[in-house]
Design a binder for this molecule. Structure first.
Ligand SMILES: NC(=O)c1ccc[n+]([C@@H]2O[C@H](COP(=O)([O-])OP(=O)(O)OC[C@H]3O[C@@H](n4cnc5c(N)ncnc54)[C@H](OP(=O)(O)O)[C@@H]3O)[C@@H](O)[C@H]2O)c1
Length: 288
């Protein structure tokens, strides 16, 4: 059985991925308590001991505001940590998956969907970190897949971590009776986390390269929230729950959508964000 070493294994993505692939691969789950990626020696020693075939590097500080407020810490984990993991992969001959983000395109004046040839212009510490890490890792290692993720969504599960996401954030706001104010000029891909996870090991079969990953989405953030409200059976309460923010990004729409056709050529295909939302709610049997 091939061995996958997962960093950031306690996170939103990592907990679900590890659970899904247990049995098909030997999945070694690590997180900062047992493998702090900032400590190069610890990482190299751990990799030498565990001898993974694949390393999925999901550890990061992934909260944009936190990274902006703590740029040194963010750099240490998001860039230096990724370099340490790449060096350790090289040392033991492991193949690496580096998880990057749509946020490398956050500062682009031109609109998405962006493909892998588009020039990224990040304008947050998190986006800058991811872009720099992509570049530096490729200088260390040839056997690396760089995956730029769209925004993931999913629902709570026992023992699995959560992260802010469009579906759960909408549901919690409704439960708290908070009004949701959503921009009509913001566009981004939003992907059901299991749609991604279930296809994830196909990545190990494709050429080493950079790929854009996730759902196609032609709706604004406002329209996605409106769609979720409808799917929850609360369409009659839309005006009470949701308000359009037409001002934010009105000068220059925020559009960080990713063109994922390069990955589709290898048979890794995603449905629309709307399809992902319907599927997720069906799988969790949710109707309010
Ligand atoms: N979720 C998304 O929508 C999304 C979109 C694009 C890209 N991504 C990327 O996908 C990956 C997984 O995201 P996620 O949503 O699962 O994030 P997450 O829930 O925050 O998981 C990241 C994990 O990394 C751990 N970590 C932080 N510092 C570490 C260190 N020094 N050593 C080892 N582990 C450390 C975190 O631990 P603590 O929580 O204890 O700090 C956390 O368990 C990240 O690289 C993220 O940048 C995510």
């Amino acid at each position: 059985m091939k061995k996958i070493l997962l960093t950031g294994g306690n996170g939103f993505f990592g907990t679900r991925l590890a659970d899904f692939y247990r049995g098909k691969y030997e999945v070694i789950v690590t997180d900062k308590d047992d493998l702090d990626i900032v400590n190069e020696e610890e990482v190299v020693n751990a990799f030498k001991e565990m001898k993974p075939d694949f390393v999925i590097h999901a550890a990061a500080i992934a909260v944009t505001d936190f990274c902006n407020k703590h740029p040194e810490l963010a750099y240490k984990i998001n860039v230096q940590g990724a370099i340490n993991v790449a060096k350790a992969c090289k040392e033991v001959g492991a193949k690496m998956v580096f998880i990057s983000s749509e946020q490398v395109f956050n500062g682009n004046d031109n609109r998405g969907p962006f493909n892998e040839e588009s020039t990224p212009v990040p304008n947050t510490v998190y986006g800058e970190n991811k872009l720099e890490a992509e570049k530096l890792i490729k200088e260390i290692l040839d056997e690396v897949w760089v995956l730029r993720f769209t925004w993931q969504f999913g629902l709570p599960q026992r023992g699995f971590n959560m992260a802010s996401n469009i579906l759960w954030d909408t549901m919690t706001a409704i439960m708290k009776g908070e009004k949701i104010i959503a921009p009509t000029n913001e566009f981004r891909g939003m992907t059901y986390v299991y749609e991604l996870i279930e296809q994830f090991d196909k990545i190990f079969e494709i050429p080493y390269d950079t790929y854009h990953v996730g759902s196609v989405n032609n709706l604004s953030r406002y329209d996605v929230v409106k769609f979720i409200i409808k799917q929850l059976g609360l369409e009659h309460r839309t005006e009470e729950i949701l308000e359009a923010d037409t001002e934010k990004y009105s000068d220059n729409p925020r559009d960080v959508r990713l063109d994922t056709s390069k990955l589709a050529k290898f048979g890794i295909k995603f449905g629309t964000t709307e399809e992902g939302i319907v599927r997720c709610l069906n799988e969790f049997k949710i109707k309010l």
